[in-house]
Design a binder for this molecule. Sequence first.
Ligand code: CO
Length: 135
Amino acid sequence: MIKKVSHIAIAVPDIEEAAKFYEQQLGLKMSGVESVPSNKVKAGFIPVGDTRIELVQPESPDSPVARFIDKHGPGFQHLCFEVDDVGAELARLDAAGVRLVNKTPVDGAHGCRVGFIHPAATGGVLVELSQPPDA
Ligand code: CO
């Protein structure tokens, strides 16, 4: 079951540089940066009310986010919904013939288990499903 928008992710070449706009001009605060090896990125989260902006920076030239920036330039990269059971959601979508990037969950940031739905199935937007560790 979809519970809420977990975060909105923006691909950037440099997290610290990108965070300056959100911190200095919008008065928001990035709450920490961590590596996410499953996607070869580092991610910094900026809380905004009940949701967050995720800044994602490639840590390797073969990261999907590096390919995204090569193709589209920096900018909006994915939308993430929080779910209560990511494995069940991916299995349900797979059975329904929805094109998935991950058919089974992988490790995301903050101990979340996540899976991505291919943009071809969603109207052009990469969609992440994320199950928090306490769900
Ligand atoms: Co994300």
